[in-house]
Design a protein around this ligand. Sequence first.
Ligand code: PHE
Length: 446
Amino acid sequence: MAGEQWKSKIGFILAAAGSAIGLGAVWKLPYVAGTSGGGAFFLVFLVFTLLLGTSLLLAEFVIGRKTQKPPIQAYKELAPGTPWYWVGILGIISSCLILSFYAVVGGWILTYFIRSLTGGLTDPPEGNYGILFESIISNHWEVGAAHLGFIVITILIVQGGIQKGIERASSIMMPALFIIFIVLVVRSLTLDGAMEGVRFFLQPDLDSLDGQTILFALGQAFFSLSLGVSIMVTYSSYLSKKESLVRSASSIVGLSILIAFLSGLAIFPGVFAFDLEPNEGPSLIFTVLPAVFNEMALGSLFFTLFLLLLLFATLTSAFSLLEIVVSSVSHSNPGRRRIAAWAGGLGIFILGIPSNLSYGLLSEWLIFGDIFFNQIDFLVSNILLPVGALCIAVFASYFIKRSELREELLRGSSLGSGFFSTWLVLIRYITPLAIIAAFLHVLGVW
Ligand code: PHE
């Protein structure tokens, strides 16, 4: 919506944090940490988030707020006549791919939520929640309908426009999310044997670090801050020139790290207290958490609340993924917003069908040795996001004039040249080098 601005700064922070916080922290981080060495992975993830993630977030903010345009138009304005606008196109492609599998997991959560309301999650077959998960997700009609339902909710909110839709929804969803999470963590930490899980999650065993873990941690840091796809360019393009980008970025990174901590502290104590395995992959939270909740007083009530929270968090991220597609199409013609939301959303639903079937009909269809769902997740998180992030870092630091960068970055804040120079070093040298090094290391070049 051209020219429209956030009603309030808090609306922008809530929506941007809403984009950042979602399945990345709650579903992906625990399962990737569980398969990649626990504490060591988490430590590397934290370092990447604080140094590279924060600098990139600021770079995306600078590009968006400076131009007040959605990504493709923003890159065209800043570097006219060059192919840099492809970074915006790459972001749109990556966003569609992310949303295609994101909505599948969103559909699983919706299914679990509805089942939890109707008592369908107590009494799993053979007392095993892993078997229950498999039987639920191989039930194509049920998860298919939930997948579609999740996309339709996303479309309905996004078509309403940036202020009426996303801002209003986020300002109710985000505070609710934190409150429910804290209750959950208190519950989890008081289980017998909880400390072993805390140790697994927070005590780094640096010997378990290898190139792949480092690349995964890098991908996870970008994924969980919604970086590398120009979504933060889009959101900050609606932000008023009066606000401090640095302050907004710190709140978003802070909130996002906090929720990652909370989710690890909610999940790993449960894994160990009930003798479950931390490394089972994407199904982790779906098989561990119901078992944990089942053993607690008022467990099913807590589980229903948790699912509601996760659904909120997942939806606010999904809004942002669809928003980038819609705003790019409807920037110059707001009348096209509704049709763009429906066409984009339904196209992404179709793109997600093979991911959805990966756990059922297509479970035997392997690409390079893994199911479609996992390969799309891998492609996006560990290749497209780091490549997108690399391009944005290089673009911002080499192709925007130093004085303009400085002015936009520091506008509305009391920080001075020292901060600017540090940021510039991080974005110009450290971030690109770290990304290139991680790729080369995985390719075995060094
Ligand atoms: N940051 C979101 C999450 O953690 C996922 C996401 C990635 C959203 C990239 C937008 C862009 O759930």
